[in-house]
Design a binder for this molecule. Structure first.
Ligand code: PLP
Length: 437
């Protein structure tokens, strides 16, 4: 029998995260304080984020950062996750490529977001914080954080992008099961929200508006920290458990990836699967290609501009050096809510600028066609976000079919789509469009 799943025991949960910045020749430019125009220090971030996360955010020297034992214990609820060889998908495509995926959908919350929610909640608890707040789009990050906050006994308030709050009630309910307080953004509960609604009473919300509101709440509430689910360096750092496990599992399969693919919202799952392999490109002369798959309707990497921009709509965050569509960009209402973000994290932006990471954009209908093909072959219904990675993987596998090359393709399955069935319903019934492409 051919081995399909490569499984590591709990004892193989990584003991350290990998900080690629330490190994990059061209480091990302620093975040800038918009008021003083000075580079941001860890101390500047303390009012907003947990102190340890703030230090990780600006760490440019340590390639390896210890994972606290309590975080590893919580990771053991669902890690190590399986690496799977997608034999049926290969067969369905008739490709000579070997396709593997890392299955980050197998935790109770259904996406990779838990990998960073757990340590961020842990570091807050450790320094005596009592309340946490955040934004969420489709709700995966909110669900992961609501649960992580519960694990560490923190109160949790979440601003959810209004369009998702209305279109995707199930994840709101999941957050509420974990006692989180969920508010649709823009809302009247913050200055930022009030201003946005005064200017446009029908504002549908975006990750940018929800971030503004959560940041404002954190700044106004004593003992409250803001936690972010993507984009920032420390979030990408936490996600490297994905690639570090995958590296060992690829070795179990006796292969090494020629191509690594992740879907791209702000960069966390893409960084998680990619950076441990990128390390070998930077240090050991490997030539793996890295492909970030973004939606055609929110194409910051393929069509955006590299410059300093705010991470949120109102301009509360530091200025981040990023590929951006502009912080006031309003993404179309595609189902891949987690990819509706105007910018890309500083690390991946720098790597794209230096030609070390490639980007492709995928249209909504092509993403669902790929997702359905994958579901029929492998029995897993992927998250609409993950469908973008699958589409990019299929495109590469189809190229191998033309050239006859037996390339090894690894992609990250960032989440399952079982709470996104209205999206599949629309796709199957033919009412879904290439919105905003
Ligand atoms: C949030 C999310 C994404 C996009 O965020 P990144 O930080 O770019 O990874 C992708 N897939 C799923 C399932 C998500 O929940």
């Amino acid at each position: 029998m051919k081995q399909k799943r490569f499984i590591l025991p709990e004892s193989e949960i990584p003991t350290q995260w990998y900080n690629v910045v330490a190994d990059m020749t061209n480091k990302p430019m620093p975040m800038i304080n918009p008021a003083t125009k000075e580079p941001i220090t860890a101390e500047d971030l303390y009012p907003l984020f947990a102190e340890e996360c703030s230090r990780q955010e600006v760490n440019r020297t340590d390639a390896w950062i210890d994972i606290p034992e309590e975080v590893r214990e919580k990771y053991a609820y669902y890690r190590c996750t399986p690496l799977v060889r997608a034999y049926s998908l290969e067969e369905a495509l008739g490709t000579p490529a070997h396709i593997y995926f890392k299955n980050e959908s197998v935790n109770p919350l259904g996406s990779h977001k838990l990998n960073s929610a757990i340590p961020q909640a842990y570091y807050c608890k450790q320094q005596g914080v009592t309340n946490v707040t955040t934004e969420t789009g489709a709700g995966q990050w909110g669900a992961a954080l609501a649960y992580s906050a519960k694990l560490f006994g923190l109160d949790c308030a979440i601003y959810q992008v209004k369009i998702s709050y209305e279109q995707k009630p199930y994840r709101r309910i999941i957050m509420q099961v974990f006692d989180a307080q969920v508010t649709p953004s823009p809302s009247m509960s913050t200055r930022a929200g009030k201003d946005l609604l005064t200017a446009d009473p029908n504002h549908q919300g975006s990750l940018g508006t929800a971030i503004s509101e959560a940041v404002e709440l954190a700044m106004m509430t004593p003992n409250c920290k803001y936690l972010l689910g993507s984009v920032l360096n420390h979030v990408c750092l936490h996600q490297t458990v994905i690639g570090l496990e995958a590296e060992k599992q690829m070795a179990m399969a006796g292969e090494y990836p020629d191509i690594v693919i992740g879907c791209f919202g702000g960069g966390s799952n893409f960084s998680g699967i990619s950076m441990p392999f990128m390390r070998h490109n930077l240090k050991d002369g490997k030539h793996t290609r890295f492909i970030a798959a973004e939606p055609a309707s929110c194409p910051k990497l393929t069509k955006g501009e590299f410059r300093y921009d705010f991470g949120d709509e109102t301009g509360y965050t530091p200025l981040i050096p990023m590929f951006t569509l502009g912080h006031e960009f309003r993404p179309a209402n595609i189902h891949a809510g987690g990819l509706r973000y105007h910018g890309a994290g500083a690390i991946v932006s720098q790597l794209v600028k230096d030609g070390l990471v490639e980007a492709v954009d995928i249209r909504q209908l092509d993403s669902f066609a790929a997702g359905q093909l994958f579901a029929k072959a492998e029995g897993i219904i992927p998250a609409p976000e993950s469908c973008h990675a699958i589409a990019a993987a299929i495109n590469e596998a189809n190229k191998c079919k033309e050239t006859g090359e037996e390339k090894v393709i690894l992609f990250n399955l960032s989440g399952h789509g079982l709470v996104d069935m209205t999206a599949y319903d629309q796709y199957i019934s033919g009412t879904l469009a290439n919105t905003g492409d």
